[in-house]
Write a protein that binds this ligand. Sequence first.
Ligand code: AQP
Length: 344
Amino acid sequence: MEMPHNRVFSGVQPTGNLHLGNYLGAIKRFVELQQTHECIYCVVDLHAITVWQDPRELLHNTREVAAAYISCGIDPVEHIIFNQSQVAEHAELAWLFNCVARIGWLNRMTQFKEKAGKHRENASVGLFAYPALMAADILIYRATHVPVGDDQKQHLELCRDIAQKFNVDFAEAIAVRGHKDGFFPLTEPLIAGPATRVMSLRDGARKMSKSEASDMSRINLTDDADTIARKVRKAKTDPEALPSEKEGLEGRPEAENLVGIFAALDDLSVEDVLQKYGGSQFQVFKSDLSDLAVSKLGPIGEEMQRLLADPQGIDDILRNGAERARAIAAPIYDEIRKIVGFAH
Ligand code: AQP
């Protein structure tokens, strides 16, 4: 069994309100990586239920993420799109990783602290164990690279810790079975570009997020042109003109966020954007940003609606993707059983 060299895995939760941050921080990068890597993109429904989901909405949201993947340019024939719960090996390996990961490691996860908030005792066990499932999602394919937004960096570090501990804990059995450099790769996070952390349009100190109560805080992939324009126009800014140099964005989180969004949408660097707009008032910049966002996101939203009109068609794509994902995961999990000493 060969260790893959360029296998990408990543996922998005079907929790509704897919937004510009999910697009620029994750899905747009997923699309680019198809040129150079073997890509497996998952709709992570097992992660979604770490917080209660209405079953009808979960099903719709799962199809919506799949539709977004395809509308943004992911090819479900050349690569793989599927939903996590259809490949049982994710959950099986997650259990094993629950026994490899240490409580102390999970206690340090800032996302759990933020999501559980003051009601920690009331949070689901799944929400706490989330990063072990995420490690299983990646390592059940022995994926080498994972494109994610900046908020997932800590979970990726934990994934590497779990892989390393497994490789050490079972070193002898791994070597006996002929794996020379450990069984799991130390997966590399791919976090790069001008929009790894897109911030709320209402507050430059908060991440743009699906669960934020105010819809004005984010641009949804399904927003129409008027809504996008209104949200950009109303985005919080400061009274100064835009600077010509990157350093001039320091201490101006809202300006920095909008410039980063512009750069990422137009495949430019922040420097390029500032060269063009340095000295301009926000009114001018926002008008161009709004046109740019509408021209990039409008066709995606329209294509999503078209695909969602045929839910059966999306389910077929997910089922086919799941079969192909399982064909990769099953032999890897068989090998893991042998390494660990499960009778088989
Ligand atoms: N604001 C963001 N900027 C850049 N990347 C982002 N991502 C999420 N928000 C931003 C990236 O999108 C991918 C999928 O995210 P997810 O669905 O797994 O969940 P999340 O990170 O919890 O997304 P939200 O929108 O922030 O949801 P809530 O409100 O539930 O917390 C990931 O690669 C993520 O980094």
